[in-house]
Design a protein around this ligand. Sequence first.
Ligand code: ZN
Length: 254
Amino acid sequence: MNSFPVNIHFHGWLTTLIQRVRRSNGLLAPPLNRRTSIKDLIESFGVPHTEIESIQVNGHSVSFGYIIGEESFVEVFPPQPPVNVLIPNLLRPRVLNAIRFLVDANVGKLAGKLRMAGFDTLYNPQWHDTELADIAAKSPCILLSRDIQLLKRKKIEFGHFVRETLPNKQLAEVIHFYDLSREIRPFSRCMRCNGSLTPVPKQEILEQLEPLTRKYYHSFHQCESCNQAYWSGSHREPMKQTLKELTRYRPLSY
Ligand SMILES: [Zn+2]
């Protein structure tokens, strides 16, 4: 059995994710008593692999499977927005072919916000950790969560620890982090079920409408999956408020 020290240095906001007892902005030197992969070593500090963009050992970039040798100086870097999950890098050679989110219940209100802005978003408050990990493995997507233990699961390749606590700010954080402001498509996706919205003649959905809506609104959309009707009062006003928040947003440092 090998036993040797290794110096590991976390950069940027990763220091805040490190388990409290080991939290430090400087050098850390945990003893290794076996041949440990760099991924296991990093996660032993409480930092999920999803929060890491690159790792260097003695100045050279390495992948998660790298086995640490003696006299290693390890540096771990967080992603810096804008993060592009559609192009490969050393840590994530397999990429997503489209932006799709999977939302954990601990940031549940973010799901409706993302759909309101037109982003493909999987969400069910009943899904627990095992189901979320299975879904992430089967249907490539970015898991959004505030659960560090969940983000450490092997099956989850793409994930983001949501730092903001208010839903509108969480939306702004995600849009800024993945540089999606040009991809916002209001009135394109159902907030209830994630289905696509299409314009629908008023007479086809009359029975869904309250008398005042029937009287004052004339332009409607309907969900292709669940038939929910949307009109400007139901969608555009909340969206306007959300967009205002987006323009006001002051990005976090990473
Ligand atoms: Zn729907």
